[in-house]
Write a protein that binds this ligand. Sequence first.
Ligand SMILES: Cc1cc2nc3c(=O)[nH]c(=O)nc-3n(C[C@H](O)[C@H](O)[C@H](O)COP(=O)(O)OP(=O)(O)OC[C@H]3O[C@@H](n4cnc5c(N)ncnc54)[C@H](O)[C@@H]3O)c2cc1C
Length: 378
Amino acid sequence: MIAPVPLSELTTMRVGGPPAAMVAPVTEQDLVKEALVVWGMDEDWMLLGGGSNTVASDAGFDGIVIRVVTRGVERLDSEAAGAVRLRVQAGEPWDELVAHTVTQGWAGIEALSGIPGSCGAAPVQNIGAYGQELSDSLAAVDFLDYETGEVRRMEAAELRLDYRTSALKQGLRGIVLAIELDLRDTRNEADVLGLALSQPIGYGQLASALGVQLGDRVALETVRSTVLDLRAAKGMVLDPTDPDTYSAGSFFTNPIVTEAFARTLPDAAPRWVLAPELPDRVIPLDEYAGVGPIPGVDDVRPVKLSAAWLIEHSGVRKGFHLPGSRAAVSSKHTLALTNTGGASAAEIAELARFVLGRVQAEFGVNLQPEPVLVGLDL
Ligand SMILES: Cc1cc2nc3c(=O)[nH]c(=O)nc-3n(C[C@H](O)[C@H](O)[C@H](O)COP(=O)(O)OP(=O)(O)OC[C@H]3O[C@@H](n4cnc5c(N)ncnc54)[C@H](O)[C@@H]3O)c2cc1C
């Protein structure tokens, strides 16, 4: 055990009291060994990587924090031509990995530049941004299973990675010890200037910032620097001098609702139908009276909404804070709740509840928090 440090010092939201105890093993073998000891102690426990998706209560955590700080990147033999397989220790900082792959000319995670946190936490919510997701490149993880105490290899498909979620967020307990990524070696496909190319650009805002069409490929370095610029403008790159980045990133996920519900929202509310168009179908009159959702059609197609739009149009503007509170909506991006300096976890939670209430009252949508809340209820 090491001296416990307050969670406010280990999380990017900068709130949270101390845990009862803490371990921080630096090798994969010691991580396994110490986790098994902790799990045998019948105490509550939690994992902490970079603390960029964790918001802990002012009371701290009455249990043992297992910090994941193991480092190392290894190149494995890849079966496919033009492919690179990497095995990365869980404590390796994600953005350092992205920077390394870009320098090497390996494509697949360049649009995920600037996301804080550790590689081991990346599968937990299947990190994603600017048209790429971890699930596009994750091959497998090595996993220490809490139920069995055994280390096992899990193929990416077993993790059920989806939009900001995975089996790890839905009850599968244990530690991701290392991740394996399949990347594309693009050094032999360089552009006219000899620069290694990215994967096809898959996000409109990134394509316009680059001045290219969706599906085009651009120098890897250019994608990385453009994504970092776009993110910095929204306060989404950690910067100790900018309190807009004292956050957990997006505090709410984009809600997914039925098509029928989406139709109750104002026309201007952005929406993306997630399922393909259904083919035309004849519905007998005795099955449908012509009013309300069409059975088997309207209620099945999921539609993703923009949480940022809903928040802004419920009357909560950038920079908003409750009277006297040091928690504020980011002045650059409505989706991020920030600690403007010295805020308590209670103040962050109060602001989050206010935002939830406004969106629920205005649009009938229940936003879901994206970060992991420790000892906090919204
Ligand atoms: C400024 C900012 C911008 C962000 N932008 C994005 C973005 O664009 N896209 C995005 O998807 N996310 C974004 N995030 C959220 C966050 O960076 C990611 O979720 C990241 O993967 C969290 O990593 P972490 O190591 O900091 O996790 P932590 O906060 O330390 O932990 C998060 C959860 O993962 C669990 N966990 C940690 N390590 C392991 C492990 N080795 N094995 C199993 N479980 C583990 C923890 O128990 C906890 O439940 C942003 C956050 C910030 C602060």
